[in-house]
Design a protein around this ligand. Structure first.
Ligand code: ARG
Length: 454
């Protein structure tokens, strides 16, 4: 490609070391689309005749067809996807192919290709997040008014509807989808026309090329445009955070399906057995998802570290952005799909969950609230109930089994209606604030999500 300056061929080791075609081949559709738009730009600028542009376009389209059909032979000696395609174009259509790279560098070309690729990938990730949200909303619906203990510090705290717990993840995924959409807006800007770093003396109508490629805008600084990978880092961050959310969901599922919790069972299709212990049913999907989230964070850190020491403008280091980007996109796309399936196949063990949620200690806070409504300042009420709990623990007595005269020994404010406070259904119903887990509140949230996701 650049024979002119060189008298020796590239060393075999350098070829193997520097080639990117083994992974950047997957930019071929974006590369060809970009080249077709660029050829139209060259035609508009009078560099190509209409006939030449048509020849280039047909040549590129035939290459795309062959690549898609697996009939294309990628050559590592041609380094990357861009030079493989360009060289094949010239082989197919002759000298006119050699005009395509006018007013273009691989630097603005690769920046454009990766933006196009990422734009499409982000749309798929948003769809994947939506699919998982739907699976969670359906699971929440199936759970009805089933209760589980809600935890802080992994200690039983207060009872909640199981549906409320599942909808917490729907909220997280909604923020992820929003972040993806916002990142997509920021990256939807075309670098083509920035050349190697300083544009070109052959001036194309960049806005027209951008419109051709569906970009909302064009970049305004050629030096920034060829070296900017902020969008890669940003998308890798959003992917990492979404991966962290899936990891937390996985951790909950892993706990829930243990014998110790026993709140859910996973379907056979989403679990595996042990090669040694015949009784085992392992939540591998959840474990792998928790594990893969580490890789996603690693990819983000790789790219940030890659960028931080680079002088302006393009440096070959930037070639190292692709493997982490592709790996994170693939991993999250797969994780969203498989976790959605796992959630769809997850069954609540209502009896076990109900038994755990019926632990009267979970209503200790309600008992303190009761004293507050009877005029006791909250801090005092908290202390009274704390002492009462300690009494129950030392006596091995349930909180709802203490008789009124004993209660009144702890506080004069206890009255005969205290029994109702320890009624689980009543306690849930009383949590009326927006965002709290009363059955009506959760039903309203379910309806809201169904509307959003329909
Ligand atoms: N494969 C290269 C990359 O991904 C393409 C750009 C090469 N540019 C250059 N000046 N060597 O970064």
């Amino acid at each position: 490609m650049w024979k002119g300056r060189f008298t020796q061929p590239t060393s075999e080791l350098v070829q193997a070391y520097g080639q990117s075609v083994s992974f950047d081949w997957r930019l071929y559709q974006q590369d060809i689309r970009g080249s077709i738009a660029h050829s139209r730009g060259l035609q508009r600028a009078g560099i190509l005749t209409a006939e030449e542009q048509a020849q280039i376009q047909q040549g590129l389209e035939s290459i795309a067809t062959d690549i898609a059909a697996g009939r294309f032979e990628w050559q590592r000696s041609l380094e990357d996807v861009h030079m493989n395609i360009e060289s094949e174009l010239t082989r197919r259509i002759g000298a006119v192919g050699a005009k395509l790279h006018t007013a273009r560098s691989r630097n603005d070309q690769v920046a454009t290709d990766v933006r196009l690729y990422t734009r499409e990938a982000v749309a798929r990730l948003i769809a994947g997040a939506r699919q998982l949200q739907r699976a969670l909303v359906e699971a929440a619906q199936r759970a009805g008014e089933a209760l589980i203990p809600g935890y802080t510090h992994l200690q039983r705290g207060q009872p909640v509807l199981f549906a409320h717990h599942l909808l917490a993840y729907v909220e997280m995924l909604e923020r992820d989808a929003q972040r993806f959409a916002q990142a997509a807006q920021r990256l939807n800007v075309m670098p083509l026309g920035s050349g190697a770093l300083a544009g070109s003396t052959i001036v194309l109508d960049r806005a027209a090329v951008a419109a051709d490629l569906g970009f909302a805008d064009i970049t305004h600084n050629s030096m920034d445009a060829v070296s900017d990978r902020d969008f890669v880092a940003e998308v890798l961050f959003v992917i990492s955070l979404c991966g962290v959310h899936l990891s937390r969901l996985s951790e909950d599922v892993i706990l829930w399906c243990s014998a110790e919790f026993g709140f859910v069972t996973l379907s056979d299709a989403h679990t595996t057995g042990s090669s040694l212990m015949p009784q085992k049913k392992n939540p591998d999907v959840a474990e792998l998802t928790r594990g893969k989230s580490g890789r996603l964070i690693g990819n983000l850190v790789s790219v940030l570290t890659l960028l931080k020491g680079l002088p302006m403008t393009y440096n070959r280091d930037l070639q190292e952005d692709k493997e982490p980007l592709f790996d994170s996109i693939d991993s999250l796309e797969a994780a969203l799909a498989v976790v959605a399936e796992m959630i769809a196949g997850m069954e609540l063990c209502a009896a076990r969950a109900a038994a755990a949620a019926a632990d009267p200690m979970l209503l200790a806070t309600d008992l303190a609230d009761y004293l507050v409504l009877r005029g006791v300042p909250f801090r005092q009420a908290h202390e009274v109930i704390g002492k009462l709990v300690a009494h129950c623990v030392s006596q091995g007595q349930a909180l709802n089994a203490v008789d009124l005269s004993t209660l009144r020994g702890f506080s004069e404010a206890f009255g005969p209606e205290v029994g109702e406070v320890l009624n689980l259904q009543r306690a849930l119903k009383a949590r009326q604030a927006v965002g709290a887990p009363s059955p009506q509140g959760v039903a309203a949230e379910l309806a809201r999500w169904q509307q959003i996701l329909s």
